[in-house]
Design a binder for this molecule. Structure first.
Ligand code: DP6
Length: 327
């Protein structure tokens, strides 16, 4: 009986300059450029098995089987790989996340990056990194960035992400203040469509994002945390302002989110370099330097509503895992 397998690892990334909105929905090309940091601590491990004994495609994340739209997105990506390889076998995908799934912690980014690499390896396709990144982008644009380690850009309308600087370029710490374990209300894809259709600020967001992206990229290249932090916060707040102005309003922030933002500002007033960003969920990610990481983490841990603080460093590119690797 024919069996093809692979096991891969990919790491989530957090955008320092945000992507929100599609230039082309059918091809999932982005309306604005984005720049992210791949994180070591946020890790997805994926096993894929193509087997003649399977009657249909199956997928699970953290032992929860996928159904409906989430399963369709996985199958659509596997279909592309099967077509390229000329294979018709059904697949079983088993993924494990080292962090809360689908709560605005970029699980689709690491998930689709791990999946595209696993599927292509199992099917014996030798695809380049840009080809893998482009396939991942079609499934979820932020996933295009998770094929690469360190600092990564995805230009507006681009097929594939490109590395900006390797993980050892700059030893920064990203502290993820987890404020709930619940899954998020509105998935990014739906949220973006809703924002583009109904927010009067959408045009202003698309027009202003490229300049903020340039500032973020320059600050990363120059390792300037003050300049990066200011631009990063501006990017996140521009994006959330645009979401908030949609109708009905798209509101990902909770009281706990605001408590964390306030604490970050207080830290800064006390001379600690720490800057926040938020995605399509209530968690706050705080960027700082190793020298301040312990103090910032202790401050965040005791805030009301914060359930956990995950300490992350720049992470590696997606890669194959050896059979004995534990999640
Ligand atoms: C707020 O990549 O999840 O995290 O392409 O529709 O799957 P789709 O969206 P997705 O959006 C991520 C949005 C964000 C910002 C970012 O990561 O750049």
């Amino acid at each position: 009986m024919t069996t093809l397998t692979a096991r891969t690892v990919a790491h989530a990334n957090i955008a320092l300059a945000k992507y929100w909105g599609k230039h082309d929905s059918a091809r999932n090309l982005t309306a604005v450029p984005s720049l992210s940091l791949t994180l070591d601590r946020l890790r997805t491990e994926t096993d894929i098995l193509f087997d003649a004994g399977l009657a249909q495609d199956e997928a699970s994340i953290d032992d929860e089987p996928l159904y409906g739209r989430p399963l369709e997105r996985v199958v659509a990506l596997i279909d592309q790989l099967r077509a390229m390889a000329g294979v018709t076998l059904c697949a079983r995908v088993t993924s494990t996340n080292s962090f809360p799934t689908a709560s605005g912690l970029a699980s689709s980014a690491s998930g689709f990056a791990a999946l595209v690499l696993a599927g292509s390896k199992a099917l014996g396709l030798s695809l380049s990194l840009p080809e893998l990144s482009a396939l991942a982008r079609g499934a979820s644009a932020s996933a295009a960035r998770s094929l690469f380690g360190g600092f990564v850009a995805l230009e507006a309308g681009a097929e594939a992400a490109v590395p900006v600087a390797p993980r050892d370029h700059w030893d920064v710490v990203m502290l993820v203040a987890v404020v709930t374990r619940a899954t998020k209300g509105v998935a990014s894809t739906e949220g973006m469509g809703h924002t583009a259709r109904t927010s009067p600020y959408y045009r202003a967001w698309v027009d202003s994002a490229p300049e903020v992206f340039q500032e973020v990229r320059r600050a990363v290249q120059e390792r300037n945390l003050e300049v990066l932090g200011e631009a990063m916060e501006h990017s996140a707040l521009l994006m959330h302002a645009c979401m908030l102005a949609s109708r009905p309003s798209l509101f990902y922030l909770t009281p706990s989110t605001l408590v964390v933002l306030d604490a970050v500002r207080s830290l800064r007033n006390a001379g600690v370099s720490a800057y926040f960003t938020m995605d399509a969920g209530p968690h706050v990610k705080v960027l700082t330097l190793p020298v301040h990481a312990e103090q910032v983490a202790h401050t965040l841990e005791v805030l009301p509503g914060v359930v956990e603080v995950l300490s992350c460093r720049p992470g590696p590119a997606a890669h194959e895992a050896s059979a004995d690797t534990q999640p």
